[in-house]
Design a protein around this ligand. Structure first.
Ligand SMILES: NC(=O)c1ccc[n+]([C@@H]2O[C@H](COP(=O)([O-])OP(=O)(O)OC[C@H]3O[C@@H](n4cnc5c(N)ncnc54)[C@H](OP(=O)(O)O)[C@@H]3O)[C@@H](O)[C@H]2O)c1
Length: 154
């Protein structure tokens, strides 16, 4: 199915008044451009976290143009790998878990990123909500940025 046709179907539904706002998911910058040439896109959901920034180019467009980004897999739990120790160190300074660091990073990294961590556990829900109060320092952010640069180089 050509991407234009999928987006065109959303436009028809919007024109019929059946949907109000349109968001797209797992897009490249080129696909986002195509979608925006057909409809008004208000949000983009790609995989993105402190530990997985392959969609940084899409994020940059969203930040520039004010499109909301509720990324999927925002905790990047499976991506920690060898980076885990650094993330634990950053968290320890604040009495926070790595998951809270991941959420705080998304909240602080851009005004358009909206973390929506999934959980079936009330304890994890409380832990995740509490992360909104965590303020990472410039040094913390630099260490987390260093992780990503290391991954990109490796
Ligand atoms: N557009 C797409 O292609 C796409 C793809 C996937 C997901 N999504 C959406 O993205 C949202 C995010 O969900 P996600 O599944 O991608 O990833 P996620 O929220 O990053 O991770 C969910 C996993 O993390 C665990 N978890 C959550 N909080 C935790 C904590 N404080 N400590 C330890 N483990 C914790 C959860 O287990 P517990 O239940 O045990 O807490 C669950 O296994 C959902 O709304 C989902 O529907 C969209």
């Amino acid at each position: 199915m050509p991407y234009e046709k999928s987006v065109g179907a959303l436009k028809e539904l919007q024109d019929e008044g059946k949907i109000r706002f349109i968001g797209v998911s797992n897009v490249s910058v080129a696909q986002l451009d195509v979608a925006r040439s057909i409809v008004d896109v208000v949000s983009v959901q790609n995989r993105y976290s402190a530990f997985e920034r392959a969609s940084q180019d899409v994020l940059d467009v969203c930040a520039r143009d004010g499109l909301a980004v509720p990324p999927w897999y925002p905790l990047g739990v499976g991506d920690l790998g060898a980076s885990g120790r650094t993330v634990e160190d950053v968290g320890r300074r604040h009495g926070a878990t790595p998951f809270q660091v991941a959420i705080a990073w998304l909240l602080q990294s851009s005004p358009v990123t909206i973390p929506i961590p999934g959980t079936a556990s009330p304890e994890h829900l409380e832990e995740n909500v509490a992360a909104a109060a965590l303020r990472l320092s410039d040094d913390d952010l630099a260490r987390l940025d260093g992780l990503e640069r290391g991954r990109a180089a490796g």
